[in-house]
Ligand binder design. Structure first.
Ligand code: GDD
Ligand code: MN
Length: 381
């Protein structure tokens, strides 16, 4: 399939875009209290989407205001079907809503966009056309590619946060995000056939990031866009949402066993600090180094447990009660200590190492065993 008019794609009058016959689009719009925006949104979609591109609009709504009623009212003037999925249990926030909309979508293409008109509806046909023109299964509307801008991102603070978060995210996932200049964008088109909804674990705002990293679409292309000002109302993003984003990053980064083992090892390494500090304090107080080892180890165990819970296995804690996990974790760590003590005694007694060096060496050599044990015995059902 060849496009006849690639240069025209920047033109807001998108009627010239060459779309092959079967293309149709489900526009998924997450909404949380957007009653002052949805009428204008539907109006602009009606204006922007040419008759040759059949579309349906799917709102996934977690509102506590009258947004669903306003949508149903406004839908009466629309030439396309409009659905409102209202969620009583809003799992996963914005991202969870989007995944629900994607599951319910019926068209070959899905465009995800915000309900506050910061994402111009006039770009919808272009996103689909860009996907049809190329083998791409994912088309990202980007603020950070040539021709795009974040004009509507109010305030130097928000711009700085957005830039910093984009940089951090791109450095954490250099391979998966290659070719995506704006992984934080909430505006994109995706082929329904490349979506693996069951593989996704949406957590908050960054649903494109989730899809790009966990969904692994093979081909990606970008279309520049200008992030507009909000039509009405205020952003629903909060500081809490910022924390949720960090948790999301950690969850994505520790998704593979190899990456988890590296993080596990790094955390284990930091466990030296409380362990050695306690050992120093106890031996300075006159305790023999062997009982001191046992006590000091509990400080390292507590420290490691807390970090590993939150950074490695955050989404795998549901299989056991927390006290069960602490118990098993501590048991493994101390079993490890039991194995380690003869080794330390050997290193100290036979090789003349200092207690601290011997302990450090033994800690490092046993960590793989501990990782495998922790995976299998603490965080699996
Ligand atoms: N269903 C549902 N549930 N919708 C939600 C929720 C929720 O918990 N939270 C927000 N939304 C809806 C809003 O009603 C709006 O339609 C859309 O999601 C975006 O929310 P905003 O609060 O307007 O987000 P923003 O403008 O701060 O952030 C947008 O731009 C960022 C780029 O700067 C989003 O698209 C972000 O994903 C994007 O990174
Ligand atoms: Mn917004």
């Amino acid at each position: 399939f060849e496009s006849t008019v690639p240069e025209e794609l920047g033109d807001p009058a998108l009627r010239g875009v060459d779309l092959p016959e079967p293309a149709a689009v489900t526009i998924v719009v997450p909404t949380f209290n957007e009653s002052a925006n949805v009428r204008e949104l539907l109006h602009q979609i009606t204006e922007s989407v040419p008759a040759r591109l059949p579309c349906e609009v799917m709102f996934v709504d977690d509102s506590t205001d009258d947004t669903p009623e306003v949508i149903r009212q406004a839908a009466q003037d629309c030439p396309f079907p409009v659905t409102v999925l209202h969620r009583d249990t809003p799992d996963g926030g914005l991202g969870g809503a989007v995944v629900e909309g994607i599951r319910a979508a019926t068209c070959d293409w899905i465009v995800v966009m915000d309900g506050d008109l910061q994402h111009p509806p006039s770009l919808v046909p272009e996103l689909v056309a860009a996907g049809e023109r190329t083998p791409a299964g994912l088309v990202v509307a980007s603020r950070y590619t040539k021709g795009g801008s974040r004009a509507g991102l109010a305030g130097g603070y928000r711009v700085a946060v957005s830039r910093g978060a984009t940089w951090l995210t791109k450095s954490l996932f250099p391979r998966r995000l290659r070719g995506i200049s704006d992984p934080m964008s909430g505006f994109f088109a995706i082929r329904r056939s490349v979506v693996t909804a069951d593989a996704l674990k949406p957590l908050g705002y960054k649903i494109l990031l989730e899809m790009a990293v966990r969904g692994r679409p093979r081909q990606v292309t970008e279309v520049p866009f200008v992030f507009q000002n909000r039509f009405a109302g205020e952003s629903k993003s909060t500081a809490q949402e910022g924390m949720r984003f960090l948790r999301h990053l950690v969850g994505l980064r520790t998704a593979s066993p190899m990456a988890r083992m590296v993080v596990f090892g790094l955390i284990g390494a930091t466990g030296f600090l409380p362990n050695l500090a306690a050992l120093w304090a106890l031996t300075s107080a006159g305790l023999h180094y062997l009982p001191a080892e046992i006590i000091a180890n509990q400080f390292g165990v507590a420290w490691n447990f807390w970090l590993i819970e939150h950074l490695c296995f955050r989404d795998r804690r549901q299989h056991r009660h927390w006290w069960d996990r602490v118990g098993r974790f501590a048991l493994l760590a101390n079993a490890d200590l039991v194995l380690r003590i003869p080794l330390i005694a050997l290193l100290v007694g036979q090789f003349g190492m200092t207690v601290l060096t011997a302990t450090a060496l033994a800690l490092v050599t046993t960590f793989v065993l501990r990782f495998v044990g922790t995976e299998a015995l603490v965080y699996l059902p």
